[in-house]
Structure formats: structure tokens, C-alpha cells
Design a protein around this ligand. Structure first.
Ligand code: SF4
Length: 63
């Protein structure tokens, strides 16, 4: 599955990273989130979706 963070929408709350640190991290320079790997394996689909659901800005898409 592919997981993306919309950099324009991300406000750097960090909830995705707190919810799913295996999938999301925060950039040091601006605190915005990014996805650790291009392809997220099926073993991380649950955490990826939980992280997306945690985002108050709806900045994360999971396909
Ligand atoms: S929860 Fe949403 S707004 Fe907050 S850091 Fe993650 S992607 Fe950005």
C-alpha cells in the first residue's frame, strides 16, 4: 500500500507519529510528517490506517 502525507495540509501536530511510529516520522527542520518507506507492507497496514485516522488535518492518504 502507498501512504502519503500532504505537506500543505500537515500542521505538524505529530499525532500520526505518536500513533504509528513504524510508519511516520517528523522532519527536524519543520516538524512536518513524512512516511518512512515508499511502500508500506501489509503488516503495517493497520498502524498506517490508524495514523491516518489520527490526523486532525486529514493530511494522510492511504491507497
Ligand atoms: S497528524 Fe497530520 S497534521 Fe499532524 S503531523 Fe501527522 S500528518 Fe501532520
Amino acid at each position: 500500500m502507498r501512504v502519503r502525507v500532504d505537506a500543505e495540509q500537515c500542521q505538524g501536530h505529530g499525532l500520526c507519529q505518536m500513533t504509528a511510529p513504524q510508519v511516520f516520522a517528523l522532519r527536524e527542520e519543520d516538524g512536518h510528517a513524512y512516511v518512512l518507506t515508499d511502500e508500506v507492507g501489509s503488516e503495517l497496514s493497520g498502524p498506517a490506517r490508524d495514523g491516518a485516522d489520527s490526523c486532525p488535518e486529514r493530511a494522510i492518504t492511504v491507497e
